[in-house]
Design a protein around this ligand. Structure first.
Ligand SMILES: C[S@@+](CC[C@H](N)C(=O)[O-])C[C@H]1O[C@@H](n2cnc3c(N)ncnc32)[C@H](O)[C@@H]1O
Length: 201
């Protein structure tokens, strides 16, 4: 019987716009750490379209098995086997990488874990690297749409630790770990792509 792969319609919709940005940012060969790979749709689409990259998919130990299904089936030459990575549990099982990408994770993780994600990435990002964080974000305490406001309410009923993060808080966090917001791209469906780079001073 064919294996039913995990599937997200949102990933189908956003993978092309995400690729358009990542193509510009991940412009040199290097390893990409993906945090919270989920269904694997982004990993497969993005790695296939950017053969100069070596894609390292990861997910929380509770979810990594799910991520493996699509990646194993795709068997791309530039994806590495999925590894378990809980950003809140040191040590991380990866030493360094030039690029990092994470989609729709900051509002699922507790804020403490978002802090740990930024810390872990900043510590391991090599010179000239970048961290691309995709998702819905607030700006100066304001929701960017009614649907994001409703989504935030939904998240908070699922778990009090979840919620849409504010760009101001993310920028403060980034600068505390030596990263700076280099690009803020508006994406379809009221999402954004935030590109952080190591600060030069
Ligand atoms: C909403 S899903 C997003 C999945 C995929 N990136 C996407 O855009 O569809 C959130 C992901 O964050 C992962 N996640 C949650 N907490 C995590 C943690 N502490 N460390 C690593 N990943 C975590 C979940 O396992 C899940 O894969």
């Amino acid at each position: 019987m064919p294996i039913e792969l995990p599937f997200s319609q949102a990933c189908e919709n956003n993978k092309a716009p995400i690729l358009a940005i990542l193509r510009e940012v991940f412009d040199e060969p290097g390893r990409v750490l993906e945090i919270g790979t989920g269904t694997g749709q982004h990993a497969v689409h993005l790695a296939q379209a950017m053969p100069h990259l070596k894609w390292q998919p990861t997910d929380h130990p509770d979810a990594a098995e799910l991520s493996r299904l699509r990646l194993d089936q795709a068997a791309l030459s530039n994806t590495l086997p999925v590894i378990e990575l809980d950003v809140g549990t040191p040590p991380w099982p990866i030493d360094s990488f030039r690029w990092a990408f994470s989609a729709n994770t900051a509002h699922i993780m507790a804020w403490k874990e978002v802090e740990q994600m930024f810390h872990g990435i900043a510590e391991r990002l090599t010179v000239g690297g970048a961290f691309c964080l995709y998702g819905p974000f607030n700006s100066q305490g304001q929701f960017s749409s009614d649907s994001n406001k409703q989504f935030d309410q939904h998240l908070r009923t699922r778990g009090s630790h979840m919620g849409i993060r504010d760009m101001d808080d993310l920028n403060t966090l980034a600068s505390s770990v030596g990263l700076v917001l280099a690009k803020d791209a508006t994406m379809p469906a009221n999402n954004r792509m935030l590109v952080f780079r190591p600060s030069v001073d």
